[in-house]
Design a protein around this ligand. Structure first.
Ligand code: SAH
Length: 263
């Protein structure tokens, strides 16, 4: 389990200057990314993918995402830095991609959808903004980086050591002082960080673990994929009020399975 990093909370600023749209051929390099269409189209720094991300954000808006904080975070975080270099040129497509150990980074539209749902809790985005969020399934750390921009403190837990380490490596350059990366079984939640203003799961089980409901604070919201008895997953939102828990089932989704234990 990693302790809170000591470096300052500083995020890379989004580039202000508009850059030409780079439709394909982005690849990661030691210093950043390169648009490999032609020698003259080559660009040299990570911020050069900003216009490709803007196209992704425009797609998200067309798909119905409205929360300005979510759109700003999606526009700022460089998704290509979280996938293998061989897949970096597909990083801004609306598709899930393999991240190793049979797991996947979720597609941007579902990530944005879940973040928007999380911010729309009874306490509003202010509850998450000033509070703690538990993310179950760190994976490559992409969604963690987005949450770091939206929440007060982020506790992100991963059960596969290889991915926990990978996320740590991916997030290190971003110096996110409000992110706590944890290695463990997220089905048990993380009691030391409770109560949470929000809980977000990126893996789906057959029900919402009781520990998550217990660790959700009053006014908080939990967003998770849950499978029915036939194995079909839907997005489930659980709101905790002073009276108890209220569950709503939304659209069909496809996430990797929530598994117990660590490996
Ligand atoms: N949001 C992640 C998605 C990763 S896929 C990203 O941006 O990359 C879901 C992750 O959930 C996988 O890495 C999987 O190992 C993890 N997972 C599944 N069950 C878990 C559990 N009980 N505790 C913690 N992580 C779990």
């Amino acid at each position: 389990m990693q302790k809170r990093p000591s470096f300052p909370a500083r995020l890379q600023q989004a580039e202000k200057t508009p850059l030409p749209y780079v439709p394909s051929g982005i690849r990661r390099s030691g210093t950043g990314v390169t648009a490999g269409i032609s020698a003259t189209a080559s660009v040299a720094s990570g911020s050069d993918t900003r216009s490709v991300r803007e196209h992704m954000v425009q797609r998200l808006i067309r798909a119905g995402i409205r929360a300005p904080e979510v759109l700003a975070a999606m526009s700022a975080v460089e998704r290509h830095q979280f996938v293998d270099s061989a897949l970096a040129n597909r990083a801004y497509e609306d598709t899930s991609l393999p991240i190793g150990l049979a797991q996947t980074i979720s597609k941007p539209s579902i990530v944005a959808r879940m973040l928007e749902l999380l911010l729309a809790s009874a306490n509003g985005s202010g509850g998450v903004r000033s509070g703690r969020v538990l993310e179950v399934g760190t994976g490559c750390g992409y969604q963690t980086a987005l949450l770091a921009r939206l929440a007060g403190e982020v506790y992100s837990i991963e059960r596969l050591r290889g991915l926990h380490e990978r996320a740590r490596g991916n997030l290190r350059p971003l110096r996110l002082a409000n992110v706590h990366l944890l290695f463990g079984d997220g089905m048990l939640g993380f009691p030391s960080g409770a109560p949470y203003a929000g809980i977000l799961a990126a893996a789906g089980g057959s029900s919402v673990p009781a520990a998550w409901c217990d660790q959700l604070g009053v006014g908080g919201r939990l967003v998770a994929p849950v499978a029915d008895s036939a194995g079909a997953q839907s997005l489930v939102v659980v709101d905790r009020t002073a009276q108890g828990w209220k569950e709503v089932t939304l659209e069909a989704v496809h996430f990797v399975p929530l598994k117990s234990g660590t490996s």
